[in-house]
Structures are given as C-alpha cells and as structure tokens.
Design a protein around this ligand. Structure first.
Ligand SMILES: NC(=O)c1ccc[n+]([C@@H]2O[C@H](COP(=O)([O-])OP(=O)(O)OC[C@H]3O[C@@H](n4cnc5c(N)ncnc54)[C@H](O)[C@@H]3O)[C@@H](O)[C@H]2O)c1
Length: 244
C-alpha cells in the first residue's frame, strides 16, 4: 500500500455512491480503502479501478462488528479522510414498523458510523476530514420512519463531532442526498419510485457521481472553513413541494 499519498476510507464503497466516491477520491490523489461486507463485489469493482491505475485497497468488514472495525482501523495508516457512506434502507408502513426495524436502521446508519469515527479520529492527523452520508429524508418522509430517524440521528452526530474535533482542525460535515440512481432504490416499488420522481423539482434522480463530487469538495484541502453543515445534493427536493 502506498504511504506517500494521503489515505481515505469509504464505507459501503463497493456499490452506488460509495463506489463513485472511491473512484473520485482515488482520482483526486488519495490512496483509498474501499470497505464493504460483500467481498465478491468489492474485489471486482476495486480490480476494475486498479486497472485504470487507481490506488484502491479492499477491506471486507461488516461495519456492525465493532471489534472487527476497530482492528481494521488499527491495521491502517492514519486516515486523512473518512466517508461514512454505508447505509441500509427499507420501506415499512408507519403502523407496521417494529422496534427491530429501528434497531437495524440505527445499527448501521448511526452506531457503525459513530464507532468507526471514534476509532479513526483518535489517530487522524490535524486538519483531517470526515463526511457522513445522511439523506434528504431526515427532513421528513412517509413509509420509512426508522430510516428517517436514523438519518436525523447521523446529522446530530455530525454536529456533535464537528464541535469535538474543531480544535484539531478536523472538519466534519454531512451530505443529504435526494433520490440517487443506485441499487438501494430497489427497495422502492415502481409505484413508489414514480411518486418520488414526481416530487423532484428537476424531474429526475441524481447520479452517484453527483454525491462523489460533493464529497470531493468537502474533503479538499481548499475547503477549510466549513464544519458541522449539511449539504443537500437533491435536485432541489429539500426546497419543499413539487414547484407546481
Ligand atoms: N440512493 C439514494 O437515493 C439515497 C438517498 C439518500 C441517502 N442515501 C444514502 O446513501 C448511502 C449509500 O447508498 P447507496 O444508494 O449508494 O446504496 P447501495 O445499496 O448501492 O450501497 C450501500 C453499500 O453499503 C454496504 N453496506 C451496507 N451495510 C453494510 C455493513 N453492515 N457493513 C459493510 N458494508 C455495508 C452494502 O454492501 C453496499 O455495497 C446510504 O447511507 C444511503 O442511506 C441513498
């Protein structure tokens, strides 16, 4: 593994916006650790990126396994950038969502990110960057209250971390994506997807590269005075209404 380059770690890096972010940060000059629980997918995608000369390493970890996460970080060089992107999404009616649904959503969307952040931040050089992928849904959405609550929680955690780490010049921000074309959207029925698209002021979903671009901006050394913020990358959906 190259040690001359700054190192970044992207969770959920084998798919969707995580994969686009791995590629983007590698093109920006980072040595990137792609962390995911799906070995075959991660190896295949990382191999494809390496064929283009990009510096990408795979770490296969289930991020809800706290001991494995801490061991993985201790075996890596200190990280200049951390992107907590891995997340799970499913739809449940408000009247049917269970306490286990809430626990599953919180376990990966909040607690896994917090564990990893704590371990990484303890060795991160001053001036490092942390980006958490939240969701526009944290403002409110129907049919997934457990997901909405977990994403509101990661926004709160982002603000807490920004306060804690500001004295070391470590900047912590969140991105709130709107509808983005990734495999995660398979959790929506065609009818629900059409209803979501109808609410997009731009009339279309975003691409994983739109999120990667925003991450690249927030981890850049040129972006030195933004912390504790939520950047909406959602084609205007957070403006409210359909524009009609
Ligand atoms: N796609 C959207 O429209 C959308 C909108 C708003 C927010 N988000 C958020 O963006 C993030 C990325 O979503 P995506 O759409 O690219 O999803 P995706 O399903 O394409 O990718 C998620 C990746 O995370 C990995 N992952 C999940 N749980 C894991 C675990 N316990 N350990 C290790 N890896 C794990 C999966 O294996 C997968 O590769 C998520 O946090 C999601 O909630 C997505």
């Amino acid at each position: 593994m190259s040690t001359s380059k700054p190192m970044a770690l992207v969770t959920g890096g084998a798919s969707g916006m995580g994969l686009a972010t791995v590629e983007r940060l590698a093109r920006d000059g980072f040595s990137v650790a792609m962390v995911d629980r799906v070995r075959e997918l991660a190896e295949r995608e990382a191999g494809r990126l390496r064929e283009w000369g990009l510096d990408v390493q795979v770490r296969v970890v289930d991020l809800t396994d706290e001991a494995a996460v801490r061991a993985m970080v201790q075996a890596l060089p200190p990280l200049t950038a951390l992107v907590n992107n891995a997340g799970v999404f499913d739809e449940r009616k408000f009247t049917e969502v269970s306490s286990d649904d809430f626990r599953r959503a919180y376990e990966i969307n909040l607690i896994a990110a917090a564990t990893l952040t704590q371990e990484v931040a303890s060795r991160m050089p001053d001036g490092g960057r942390i980006v958490n992928i939240a969701s526009r849904a944290y403002l409110g959405a129907r049919n997934h209250p457990h997901y909405v609550a977990s994403k509101a929680a990661i926004v709160g955690y982002t603000r807490a971390c920004a306060m804690e780490l500001a004295p070391r010049g470590i900047l912590v921000n969140a991105i709130a994506p709107g509808l983005i074309e990734t495999p995660l959207l398979r959790a929506l029925t065609p009818e629900r997807l059409a209803a979501q698209l109808a609410l997009q002021p731009t009339g279309k979903a975003g691409r994983p590269e739109d999120i990667a671009q925003a991450v690249s901006f927030l981890v850049s050394p040129q972006t030195g005075f933004i912390t504790g913020q939520v950047l909406f990358v959602d084609g205007g959906k957070s403006l409210g209404g359909s524009g009609a």
